[in-house]
Design a binder for this molecule. Structure first.
Ligand SMILES: C=C(O[C@H]1C=CC=C(C(=O)O)[C@@H]1O)C(=O)O
Length: 470
């Protein structure tokens, strides 16, 4: 890709920051270099272990993926155009990037990590319900200074130098020499109720069930938050290391203070093939459960008509959103059971072949465009989407912020991976000892409010555990 002297990426409805000249007035070119490096010691946490400071970027699963740090560029976007604005800013950036990529795998060359809010309709202060927007962005793309990645035995390092700066060339020696701050332990953790007290949450679910039974909608996903206060300032690397080690089937992510290990892949787009792992329908897995008991639970989940109904809505919403972009698709007839340490889920992998000539577009849709089209799926919102979203705004009583929004990365060719920010926590931008944990449940006519509360507790287990609580 060559550098074209285009105007600087003006954030359409957003803000851009870089580490070089003000991008609003001067073009900010990026020099991007990717080289293969020696494999890293360590298995599942090898990538996490190279992160040098407490502002990590991460997208890691089973020891593979990409991590990044530093900020060559950042785009913050607001309101309903947040995805399109982020995409436009990324495309404008790529126009001015000079790239030398010696590895050429998904995740090499220029990449941007991203995180987007669930809702774009203003933000509620979680404590007293005051509207505090538009301070916090509804979406952010971060182009790191350094990326380290690993895929199927190939390990690489990318350096991204903005403007006139020239960072050290990528290489094993450069990575070894980079200073790395120690990861402090968070110490004791205290958990308190979030916007809606746990004891009051079943009443919210009851209201959701009543609306469904009245015929207003078929499914709604209702969520709650829990506040955690740590004894010492929390370093997100502490969470990432524990999550990547224990929840290896999940995507361990970190972007701008949104951290978690999600089992749900909103979309992966790679060389014309798109995949979405749709989850909905859950059964708890007790600590210490035997394999035989786990199998019995899995069978019970696979037969549960309430869970199958929840799942069907989610699969249908994903298939309908992907269909306009695909020349062919495979939507499984029946889900499989995904086993995680804390829960089991009904899961379906929906796949499709991208139609390269979609709707007269000059290039195939990027993974970010696909994520925007898929969000919010019925796994995190409901059916019909608009009715469910309105009901969430009315009765949930909480600002979801980036919980249940898309999180992931996009590369220069548009390929990338976007998860749904579940099993997640948002670190306070102002107090490093404060974190909000989130969990939600799909509600259908047959849902039992107390059982949903128990299910939400099971979904909080990964983040509680990652903080150090048993
Ligand atoms: C909304 C969440 O989970 C979704 C994903 C899997 C299973 C779900 C369920 O069974 O309700 C939810 O749809 C969450 O973890 O906060």
């Amino acid at each position: 890709m060559s550098a074209t002297p285009l105007p600087a990426p003006r954030p359409l409805g957003g803000t851009t920051t870089g580490t070089s000249p003000d991008p609003a007035t001067e073009p900010l070119a990026l020099l991007v270099r990717t080289s293969r490096i020696d494999d890293l010691p360590g298995g599942l946490t090898a990538l996490i272990d190279v992160l040098p400071d407490a502002r990590p970027l991460s997208w890691v699963r089973r020891g593979d993926g990409i991590v990044g740090w530093g900020e060559a560029l950042r785009f913050d976007t607001f309101g309903p155009g947040r995805f399109a604005d982020a995409e436009a800013a990324w495309q404008a950036t790529l126009q001015r990037a000079v790239v030398r990529d010696e590895v050429r795998l998904p995740g090499t060359g220029p990449v941007a990590f991203g995180t987007f809010a669930f809702d774009d309709a203003g933000q509620l202060d979680d404590q007293d319900g005051d509207d505090v927007g538009p301070g916090r962005p509804d979406g952010s793309l971060v182009v790191p200074r350094v990326v380290v990645g690993r895929r199927a035995g190939v390990t690489w390092m990318t350096t991204i130098s903005p403007g006139a700066s020239l960072d050290a060339a990528p290489g094993t020696a450069a990575l070894r020499q980079a200073p790395r701050s120690p990861v402090p332990e968070p110490g004791d953790v205290r958990f308190t109720d979030g916007a809606v007290a746990a004891d009051d949450w079943p009443a919210v679910v009851r209201e959701g069930v009543a609306r469904i039974q009245s015929g207003a909608l078929e499914k709604v996903v209702l969520a709650r938050d829990v506040l955690a206060t740590t004894e010492h300032p929390l370093d997100p690397r502490w969470l990432l290391r524990r999550l990547a080690d224990r929840y290896e089937a999940c995507w361990t992510f970190s972007v701008s203070g949104m951290v978690g290990a999600t089992p749900e892949l909103l979309v992966r787009s790679e060389k014309g093939l798109v995949t979405s792992r749709v989850l909905a329908g859950t059964i708890r897995r007790e600590a210490g459960m035997s394999d035989d008991d786990a199998l019995l639970h899995a069978a019970q989940l696979a037969r549960s008509s309430k869970d199958l109904e929840e799942h069907e809505y989610a699969v249908r919403s994903v298939a309908a959103a992907l269909e306009p972009f695909c020349s062919s698709m495979n939507v499984p007839d029946a889900p499989f059971v995904l086993h995680l340490p804390n829960v089991m889920h009904l899961a379906s992998d929906v796949t499709g072949v991208l139609d390269r000539g979609t709707a007269g577009a000059s290039r195939p849709p990027s993974s970010l465009t696909l994520a925007a089209a898929l969000h919010p799926s019925a796994a995190v919102c409901g059916t019909p989407t608009n009715v469910a979203r309105d009901l969430i705004r009315q009765i949930e009583g909480m600002d979801r912020s980036r919980y249940a929004g898309p999180v992931g990365w996009v590369g220069a060719d548009g390929d990338g991976e976007w998860g749904i920010a579940l099993r997640s926590a948002e670190l306070s931008p102002t107090d490093p000892r404060h974190v909000r944990l989130f969990a939600g449940c799909g509600i259908v006519a047959a849902s039992d409010p107390e059982a949903e509360l128990a299910e939400s507790e099971a979904k909080l287990v990964p983040m509680r555990w990652a903080l150090g609580a048993d």
